[in-house]
Design a protein. Structure first.
Length: 342
């Protein structure tokens, strides 16, 4: 399939710059695959569509303050570092800008010198492997003090509350970006769903470069995803499998949950517990094994994420829904509105 088949026109003013308050007041476009029709609701209406026995699967990853501003030792040139994947305690894969200023062997200094990094290698996609050093730790405390939330480049202003770029159930630090479909949930909404018999299950996928790296090849089948770390506990796998055996639906919150479940599912749809790295790339023609419904945000044109939702609902249906969302003034991307695909 060609990259241009996943393009659409989006007026810049529809790119959400700030989140709505409260979280669940965002709009919700409901796409019914059977019957092929749309409904315009709000996220707080979600309980109208989920039933007793369904399982809502959430990604409990937490975003790190993973963007660091440093200077090159010797020249003082300004360097931007975005931490992506932790290799060991003090070694990270990272994006650096501008990359030409950071050949292997370069030392980068952060703050007043209390944190330093040396580029020790390049990885497959042109990222750098950085070895950090510091006199006083832990590293996480330095990162909290020197780093900042790595908001996407289309968000021009920092939110007044950095916590709005975390889900209310975020627990395990390690992501370079938020699993944004989950940003709409409030504790009250989750309790309401539990109260009506919807089971809530958590898994983990640390969002890295694989989710937001642009597709640069015209034939999308030639695109390769960057691997991201996941964990599915035996308890989570057992809960999902039991629900499916009872006839309940598996409702994935976000593309990260979809990618994790589809990675660990057998051909028969059985979820297997485990941890590891996934570079699964889902695009039209893929046969889903584990996911029945999907809650997701509106995604960038030509992105792997719009390819995934197109695989789930059909490319023409998704693009038609996006055209409707544009016409109706929905808010797009990370701080924007949501879509429920049934």
């Amino acid at each position: 399939m060609r990259l241009e088949e996943f393009d659409y026109d989006l007026p810049p003013e529809l790119i959400a710059q700030t989140p709505v308050e409260p979280r669940d007041a965002s709009r919700l476009l409901v796409l019914h695959r059977e019957g092929d029709y749309l409904e315009h609701r709000h996220f707080y209406d979600l309980p109208d569509y989920l039933h007793e026995g369904d399982v809502l699967v959430l990604n409990e990853t937490r975003v790190l303050p993973a963007r660091l501003w440093g200077r090159r030792a010797g020249t003082g040139a300004r360097i931007e570092v975005l931490l992506l994947t932790r290799r060991d305690r003090d070694t990270w894969e990272a994006l650096v800008r501008p990359g030409r200023r950071v050949p292997v062997g370069t030392e980068i200094i952060f703050g007043q010198g209390e944190l330093k990094a040396r580029a020790t290698a390049t990885s497959g996609g042109g990222e750098r492997v950085l070895q950090f050093s510091y006199q006083e730790g832990p590293f996480e405390a330095l990162l909290d003090r020197l780093g900042e939330m790595p908001l996407p480049p289309y968000i021009k202003a920092k939110p007044q509350d950095p916590g709005r770029y975390q889900t209310v159930y975020a627990r395990v630090e390690g992501s370079a970006a938020a699993p944004t479909a989950g940003l709409h949930f409030t504790p009250r909404l989750l309790e309401q769903l539990r109260g009506q018999g919807v089971q809530i299950v958590y898994l983990l996928l640390h969002v890295g470069l694989g989710t937001f790296r642009p597709v640069k090849v015209e034939n999308i089948e030639e695109h390769h995803m960057h691997a991201e770390y996941y964990e599915v506990t035996p308890e989570a796998a057992a809960a999902i499998n039991a629900a499916r055996a009872r006839g309940g639906r598996i409702v994935a919150v976000g593309t990260t949950v979809v990618r994790t479940l589809e990675t660990v599912a057998t051909e028969g749809g059985l979820i297997q517990p485990g941890s590891g790295w996934t570079d699964i790339f889902i695009y039209p023609g893929y046969r889903f094994k584990a996911v029945d419904c999907l809650i997701t945000n509106f995604h960038l044109p030509k992105s792997t994420l719009i390819m995934l939702v197109s695989a789930f609902a059909g490319r023409e249906k998704i693009l038609a829904a996006y055209r409707t969302a544009v016409a109706e003034g929905y808010r797009f991307f990370s701080f924007g509105d949501a879509m429920l695909i049934l």
